[in-house]
Structure formats: C-alpha cells, structure tokens
Design a binder for this molecule. Structure first.
Ligand code: RIB
Length: 296
C-alpha cells in the first residue's frame, strides 16, 4: 500500500510575541524565525520520520527550494511536486509566551493545482493506496472525486475547515483526523463524544480521530471507541503538533499497528513536537519516539 499526501508547502514566518496581537493593536516581536511548514509538508515529513514511504504532491514557487530540500532530505518522494511561476505559499505565525499560536495563511502556489495535474498524479496510484489531504490547497473537491473513483482510500485532515471544504463530497472519506474546532464546524456539536457520534451518523463509512490538545485524543470507528491521554510536557510551540500526530498515526496504521498503539505513538510524537520550536523542525525522528516509548 502506497501513500500520497496531496498538500500545501509553506514558508513559515514565525514571530515570538508576548501575547497574540489584538485587533487594532501594534506590538513588537522578540524574534523572527523562518521555517519550512505547511500542513501538507509537515505531515509528509512526519510520515517519513515515522518510517513510512510517502509521496508528496503539490505546488511550490521558485522561492520554495528549501521546502523541496527538506522533503528530499527526509526521504519523501517529490516527483509529484511542481514549481509554478507564483510565489510559494506562506504563513505568518505568532507564537506567544505560553506556546500558543495564531496563523494567517497566504495560499500562493498552493492554489495553482490544475485538474490535469491531479489526474496525472492520481494515475500513479492504485486502488487501495492511501490519499492524505488537508485544506490548504485548491481543487480538494476534484481530488476527492477522482481519488474515490480510482478506489483510493481517502484520509482527510479538514484543517483549516471552511465552506468550500464543507461543499465537497466528504462521504468519500474513510478516515477523518481533526481537532475539536473542526469537529464543531462540521457537526455543530462541541462535546467530544457528541462530535464523534455526529460524525459517525453523518459519515457512517468513516472512522474518526478527534485530537483534544492537552486532554488527549479519541477514536471512533468500526474497531470500537478508544481514548488516549496526552503526555504532559512544557509547551514551547504547539505549531505542527497536529501534523505530527497525523503523520505518526497513519504511519503506525500502515505498519499494521492497532488503533490503541497508533494513538499512543502519535500522542508521544506530538508531545515531543510541542516541546520544540517551529513546525517541520519540531517533528521528532522515529528513533526519538521509540526511545521515549521505552522510557515510559
Ligand atoms: O499546522 C501548522 C502549519 O499550519 C504551519 O506550518 C503553517 O504553514 C500552517 O499551514
């Protein structure tokens, strides 16, 4: 089984701030770091660092060299990434003193996917292969439709959720991996158990992983319902923690691990990511996660 992650590639401009800027307020930042990011890229790096063979598909601009380099260094197949004459997507990220963040996205090249390129990419994958998607690129509706027709198994991290994604045929999705905000946007419910129940009613063919930040992660699917508490760590920067969770959870499932083991590995990996700065740079290597597992 192969996995293709069709997703965003961003340059992250990360500002260290005392507090997230308020409407109408101007504040000084204590520092600026430029990192590789984008939910798509982060999830491909997490899959690769967890040990999965992953292909990344998407678009970058001529200024996206460092993103391609990082994917290559991590062993991600980038033969389905194209460079277009538009600047690379970017994110302006504020990280406050408690490690919380606030993100403004500029889509750039991420919005330049064409139907012809989607078709050419999906032609390289077989029924039963996995397709991972987030919501930072254009044409998600088309990608879902074509991938479902081809018999690919679709995993959706509906982040950030918006009306355009809500208008796609999400009944084609086999696995949702999402947080409470996205869960509430999709179901209108705010309690984790109500979100999971509604998701199963709305999408009976899909399993759902609901991440709950420092409260852990819950799963509801044909195998049953599972919960895993989060590992306590001092948060330095939460950016990319959800992406780390997604990559590690999927890698574990692809290895044939059960849901409980996959939740444990993903929770531990994301706790390590939270204790470090940046999105992609904070994603731990499998060796580090395995060491942390042994030390539990
Ligand atoms: O999930 C974190 C990511 O969200 C950042 O890397 C940023 O690029 C935004 O896409």
């Amino acid at each position: 089984m192969k996995i293709v992650n069709y997703g965003s590639l961003n340059i992250d401009f990360v500002y260290a701030v005392d507090h997230i800027v308020l409407p109408g307020e101007t504040i000084q930042s204590a520092g600026l770091e430029v990192y590789c990011g984008g939910k798509g890229l982060n999830q491909s790096v997490a899959l690769a660092r967890a040990g999965a063979a992953v292909s990344h598909a998407g678009m970058t601009g001529a200024d996206g060299g460092m993103l391609l380099e990082l994917l290559r260094e991590n062993g991600v197949d980038i033969s389905h990434v194209r460079t277009v004459p538009t600047r690379t997507g970017n994110a302006v990220i504020q990280v406050d003193a408690t490690g919380q963040n606030s993100i403004v996205l500029f889509g750039g090249a991420n919005m330049e996917n064409s139907e012809a390129f989607v078709d050419a990419t999906l032609a390289c994958f077989e029924p039963g292969d996995l397709l991972l998607l987030q919501n930072e690129i254009n044409l998600n509706g088309y990608i879902i439709e074509r991938a479902a027709e081809k018999g690919l198994k679709i995993v959706l991290n509906p982040s950030p959720f918006n009306d355009a994604l809500g208008g796609c045929d999400l009944s084609r999705v086999s696995l949702f991996i999402m947080n409470e905000v996205e869960g509430e946007q999709i179901t209108g419910k705010s309690e984790p158990s109500a979100i999971l129940q509604s998701m199963r009613t709305m999408y009976p063919g899909a399993s759902v992983v609901l991440t709950l930040g420092e409260r852990g992660a819950a799963y509801c699917g044909d195998e049953g319902e599972f919960f895993h508490a989060a590992y306590a760590v001092e948060a330095v920067d939460t950016t990319g923690a959800g992406d780390t969770f997604t990559g590690y959870f999927l890698a574990a499932v692809m290895e044939g691990q059960g849901v409980e083991q996959a939740l444990r590995l993903a929770s531990l990996a994301s706790s390590l990511a939270v204790s470090r700065s940046g999105a992609a740079p904070s994603i731990p290597l499998r060796r580090e996660v395995d060491e942390a597992l042994r030390a539990l």
